[in-house]
Write a protein that binds this ligand. Structure first.
Ligand code: F6P
Length: 341
């Protein structure tokens, strides 16, 4: 069998572990050939690809990023890539394509599959917001990075009696903010799922200071928004991929809290630090299992499906289910900590 593999969308720790696993299972165990497309669907569209063998994936398990490169593609070009895929795959003799990606990539994978192409998806995102899988790899690493940042920020915040506002990734779902906030002991957590009242945040900080605690850490998801009329906040512009370019809730919140509380506040925008570097052991294992199961699914002819984690098992689930709706933080998870505002 000849298997094509590509990584698309924003990168994520663990992508290399999937690629390595696909090559190990396919080439070593199954005597397949594996072709890697460069820069996601762009490589498919432009015919940029290379054969992957054991040497190509040697030493990449612990490496962040993706050896294949990744790119986001505008909607029109994505459609073009989908339209050209059949001819390209036919020409290259690809029997199965394994796209590894988040919502956009899995939507494209669904389009390819609906056009009759043999596709097995692998979900990835640090945001953990893909429904149909309990977890995505990359999330554990991102939560670890944000947690460590909060541990570090607490000591400097305490020395200077400051409020630290830590902005983490998560446009539509606040999983990173929730779990890093819980693990890092943030005193306030703001999520995109629930507009926050700045008055309540300020009251909490004042109450801490009145108890003799002279610092506070607020963990805010980049997509969190103040409740209507709570504080001024302008929407960001929409970029070429249809995503809102955020104007920085972390900065706004720190400025506003400093003004209202009369205490020093500092914003810390963690940004892409959360996406870079070496994946945790958990993410390496999940990514490796996804890769193994994707190859097996391809051999069974289980197309139009993607790998998913259910409990502790890896199962196959229809690709279309992955993108039907985003997995956001439900109320009962917010209720588990008093820090969510
Ligand atoms: O979806 C993953 C993600 O890291 C989001 O958390 C974040 O909002 C976005 O990608 C950033 O995208 P870019 O790398 O294009 O700035």
């Amino acid at each position: 069998m000849r298997i094509g593999v590509l990584t698309a969308g924003g990168d994520c720790p663990g992508l290399n572990a999937v690629i390595r696993s696909v090559v190990h299972r396919a080439v070593v165990d199954r005597d397949d050939e594996v072709i890697g497309f460069e820069d996601g669907f762009k490589g498919l569209l432009e015919g940029r690809h290379r054969e992957l063998d054991l040497n190509s994936v040697s030493g990449i398990l612990a490496r962040g990023g993706t050896i294949l490169g990744s790119a986001r593609l505008e909607r029109d070009r994505l459609r073009e890539a989908c339209d050209n895929s059949e001819e390209l795959m036919g020409r290259l003799g690809i029997d199965a394509l394994i796209p590894i990606g988040g919502e956009g990539t899995l939507t494209a994978a669904t389009m390819l599959s609906e056009a009759g192409l043999p596709v097995v998806g692998v979900p990835k995102t640090i945001d953990n917001d893909i429904s149909a899988t309990d977890r995505t790899f990359g999330f554990d690493t991102a939560v670890g990075v944000a947690t460590e940042a909060m541990d570090r920020l607490k000591t400097t915040a305490e020395s200077h009696q400051r409020v630290m506002v830590v902005e983490v990734m998560g446009r539509h779902a606040g999983w990173i903010a929730l779990e890093a906030g819980m693990a890092g002991g943030a005193h306030g957590i703001c999520l995109p799922e629930r507009p926050f009242e700045i008055d309540d945040l300020c009251k909490m900080v004042e109450e801490r200071f009145s108890r003799g605690k002279k610092f506070a850490v607020i963990c805010v998801a980049e997509g969190a928004r103040p409740a209507e009329g709570s504080m001024e906040y302008a929407k960001g512009e929409i970029d070429q991929y249809g995503h809102e370019r955020f104007v920085g809730i972390g900065n706004r919140l720190a400025t506003e809290m400093e003004r209202r509380l009369g205490k020093e506040a500092r914003p810390v925008i963690l940004g892409h630090v959360q996406r870079g570097g070496t994946p945790t052991a958990y993410d390496r294992v999940l990514a490796t299992r996804f890769g193994w199961h994707a190859v097996e699914a391809a051999h069974r002819g289980d197309f139009g499906m993607m790998t998913a984690l259910r409990g502790t098992d890896i199962v196959m689930t229809p690709l279309a289910d992955a993108t039907r709706e985003l997995k956001t933080v439900p109320q009962d998870r917010m209720d588990e900590t008093e820090a969510v505002f």
